[in-house]
Design a protein around this ligand. Sequence first.
Ligand code: 5AD
Ligand code: SF4
Length: 425
Amino acid sequence: MNVYDSARMADVLAPLGYGPTDRPDEADMVILNTCHIREKAAEKVFSELGRLRRIKDARAAQGLPMVLAVAGCVAQAEGEEVLRRAPFVDIVLGPQTYHRLPEMVAQAARAGGAVLDTEFPTEPKFDFLPEARAEGTNAFLAIQEGCDRFCTFCVVPYTRGAEYSRPAAAVLAEAASLAAQGVREITVIGQNVNAWHGEPGWDLGSLLTALARIDGIERLRYTTSHPRDMSDSLIAAHRDLPELMPFLHLPIQSGSNRILAAMNRGHDRDQYRRLTDRLRAARPDLALSSDFIVGFPGETDADFADTLALVADIGFVQTYSFKYSPRPGTPAAAMGDQIPEAVKEARLAELQALLQRQTEAFNQSCVGREMSVLLDRPGRYEDQLLGRSPYMQPVHVRAPGQRIGDVVRLRIAAVHPNSLEAVLA
Ligand code: 5AD
Ligand code: SF4
């Protein structure tokens, strides 16, 4: 979501004459788009600000301006703290107000003091953003934001705010514009994307069906979903839409029913298992990915063993796993029985080793299989092109005569450490 938001901030600022650069020392403006999901991400902001301050001072000594803005969820949650610890910051803005950036830039130039805008405005920012500019064959499209689920470990409902779904017409118009700019694969995104309900009588299943009908759109994905919001129509979309890739990121967080209850997830292990059975019945070649948190308050060795057993039982082919990080203001941060860092580390290492073996076994099982791959980049060698498999694996192939943007049938020939090698099928 932050990648998408950063691109949209660039779109908003383009009419003012700003364009992207890789070099902060050459930048008239630097925006740090920040993440508050775990403490490590949030703390990084302050070390990064220290580095940028030196660049800003060096530019000032040469008479060059540098507007410094902090955007995103750290700004939302700790805006005052950012200004206190880093008084050289010019603008602090939350994720819901970046459509007002041009106004803030003007205000910062006039005022000489810092501008702080971390409101949850009544106007949806999406209505005020210019048309999204596409780069390449793949694009994110935000259809939903915020979350009403209130998992006890999570800051999202506080930083991104209440669940909001964009209207179907706006989503379809943005998708059509992306397709016209050459996009072939769209990943619709939201913090709880399958809670999308932009129109009475619609859900994500019907939205994906409408997106699949747009000329030029050949592949669809969605992320991130909550197991409780998996509707019948969405499961049917996995059966009926060849455009919908057979790879689903469906976080469960833990394999222990006791911990799932303490997390306020609203589902247990068996419900999750039945759901994945239904998804696989709809789409037999479906592969699953998940998020896990280890060391949630009160997690025992037995709870953790349940997680390891679930990982093997479901057969996840890819996952993201994290040590529990207490977040200010969330219920879990105030729970007793916080787990020592060393235990979290040992559990994370064990979980990641198991997941790594499953990812490797899955990659090996792909050898000899035919898959469709969207070619999205030139390779290092002549006639070589790179792309992604339906399962997001990077694939390289010698494909003379093929072009970027083509979807080709390939046979997987070998597994390399970070990619698959393929031949034209
Ligand atoms: N500590 C550790 N991981 C977290 N996540 C969310 N909040 C926390 C936290 N407090 C993880 C969850 C979520 C992913 C985006 O980040 O696994 O699915
Ligand atoms: Fe956070 Fe996802 Fe739970 Fe919402 S569903 S509170 S975004 S972990």
